[in-house]
Design a protein around this ligand. Structure first.
Ligand SMILES: [Zn+2]
Length: 381
């Protein structure tokens, strides 16, 4: 059992607002409302304390892959993202052969069962060849509900989300099937019209996979999926805030239109996140990472990001000019709610897991705690 701690003197971001000179009490693995006798007091004055970050779309990091790696690789990637503040991560697969995906999903499900990851996200193979991004065109398929079911079943209850081009034959039936099984249906890598996107939302889709990326642009006579996804209150939009995938003005437009309660910041990270430039694989595809930007060797499509959520947080405040409370909503509270885990994570409230991040006044990460244990212990002078 971790010793009890009181983080004192910080600016603490709570669902009700920011408390200056606030404190967070950690008793064992949880947040408490009163300090037990003999608790260590950690003075974090001049710092922010925010909830641990929740990433619902992530393919790897630390040089290791969730898409093709072993269980050890996955744990290495998870650990890397933890050191950058992501205390909860969903592992995202990419388009692959169905039998391969089912086997990979089975391995990921065991890690989810142990609590190392928060479940599995399938990005492909049921996506549009017109908007395939970094996915292998040879392996794309129309969304057949029986095949969707096969992948969901392979996770033994740990499938959290599937990204689909819902306009393809079988798309809407697949959305319904996912919804019935408690799996989030996400619209993405799609060539749908505005009207087709509304049909998908009516069928049960609730997430937009990296809004703007891998979908038709917004046109004033053909408003397309972007407009439908932003307009509809039932949708949460994923945004990749790395400065490469989106212009800050596009990010602000989405944020202001959807409102802070309907945005989820994701990394869409691949293996180079928290690691470095070089040659990598994303699923079966060769990727070259240069200056932190990942592109397919063949064709040059952007192939995931090298983002970590601490950088997304800092950028959102210092470059995009968003209020800290809104950033906390997008990076912790909203994704926790989407996953149905908001009774345990996503905010700094008594009874929840002691998952938190300590940031300095420049919004650089100095500490990470997960379930009451320091992953990164703050060096406070
Ligand atoms: Zn992705």
């Amino acid at each position: 059992m971790a010793p009890s701690k009181v983080l004192a003197g910080a600016r603490v971001v709570l669902p009700t607002g920011t408390v200056d000179d606030g404190r967070v009490i950690v008793d064992g693995t949880r947040i408490a409302d009163t300090a037990p006798p003999g608790a260590d007091v950690v003075d974090v004055s001049g710092h922010w304390v925010v909830p641990g970050f929740v990433d619902i779309h992530n393919h790897g990091g630390g040089g290791a892959s969730f898409t093709g790696g072993t269980a050890e690789d996955v744990l290495q990637g998870v650990e890397t993202h933890r050191r950058h503040g992501t205390t909860t991560v969903v592992a995202s697969a990419v388009t692959g052969d169905l039998d391969f995906l089912a086997r990979q999903a089975g391995m990921l499900a065991e890690l989810a069962q142990q609590g190392d990851i928060a479940g599995v996200h399938f990005e492909g193979p049921f996506i549009s060849p017109c908007r395939k991004g970094a996915h292998d065109e040879q392996l794309l398929r129309d969304p057949d509900p029986a095949e969707v079911r096969k992948l969901v079943d392979a996770t033994h209850g740990h499938a959290r989300m599937m990204t689909l081009a819902t306009e393809l034959p079988g798309g809407l039936d697949s959305v319904r099937l996912l919804t019935e099984h408690g799996v989030i249906a996400a619209v993405g890598h799609t060539d749908a019209t505005y009207e087709q996107t509304l049909q998908a939302i009516d069928a049960g889709a609730t997430v937009a996979t990296h809004l703007f990326n891998a979908m038709p642009p917004l046109g004033h006579r053909a408003p397309g999926p972007i407009t439908a996804l932003l307009e509809d209150e039932r949708i949460t939009v994923e945004l990749i805030n790395d400065g490469t995938h989106l212009h800050p003005a596009a990010l602000r437009l989405a944020f202001h239109h959807a409102g802070a309660a309907r945005v989820a910041f994701i990394t869409d990270a691949m293996d180079a996140a928290g690691f470095g430039d070089g040659r990598y694989l994303l699923g079966p595809m060769e990727v070259e990472v240069a200056d932190g930007v990942a592109r397919l060797v063949e064709g040059g499509s952007i192939a995931g990001s090298t983002l970590t959520l601490d950088r997304a947080f800092k950028r959102a405040v210092t470059v995009d000019g968003l209020p800290v409370g809104d950033v906390v909503a997008a990076i912790s509270a909203n994704p926790a709610r989407l996953l149905g885990l908001d009774d345990r994570i996503g905010s700094l409230e008594p009874g929840k897991d002691a998952d938190l991040v300590v940031l300095d006044d420049a919004f650089d990460l100095v500490g990470v705690m997960r379930r009451g244990e320091w992953v990164v212990a703050p060096q406070l002078g």
